[in-house]
Design a protein around this ligand. Sequence first.
Ligand code: 5GP
Length: 197
Amino acid sequence: MNFLEAKIAAEGYVGQGNILKVDHFLNHQIDVKLIFQIAEEFKRRFDGRRVDKVLTIEASGIAIATLLGHLYGVPVVFAKKGATANCTDDKYMAEAYSFTHKRMNRVFVSKPYLNAGEHVLIVDDFLADGQAASALISLVEQAGGTVSGIGIAIEKGQQQGGQLLRQRGYHLESLAIVRSMDHATQTITFAPQSASH
Ligand code: 5GP
């Protein structure tokens, strides 16, 4: 097990409805040392890629993105949720269905913060159906930028997001891929990581 898998196994809680709770270290209380390790691991896995900016979505991706932006020495942008439909002139906007909140979120970034020609590394805490990541990709591409890669702390391998993004040809790195989890027994298993990791 790598450091993040070990942390999830020790402190994660399998909630009902296929939700993994990691409030102890990622979604409510933040284990800064662990988030720093996550950021360093992304930096290692995306070695050689051009990164002009790090992009995430509020709220839980911001901690990871901030430390990663610090490692790269580049700005960090977070997409905001909840824009209204009729004020698109100054914003790039996309829609993402929220798996955890069961509602459609409109997410946006104000135009000055994403620019044509920029290479943008997208990061987030979780990947489930890929809605949040796809919305972030759309924002980068609307601006005329290039997605350098997508870094995810925890991918839920039972959901389709990872497969969809890999099929679309994006360089996706997930530090822990949950293969199965069971609320009744509190058992979590992980998919093996490729040999290079
Ligand atoms: P997706 O958009 O890929 O379907 O879901 C990713 C987003 O939903 C993440 O930004 C994360 O906030 C949330 N999410 C999805 N599944 C889980 C989960 O099992 N646990 C937690 N804590 N968040 C989740």
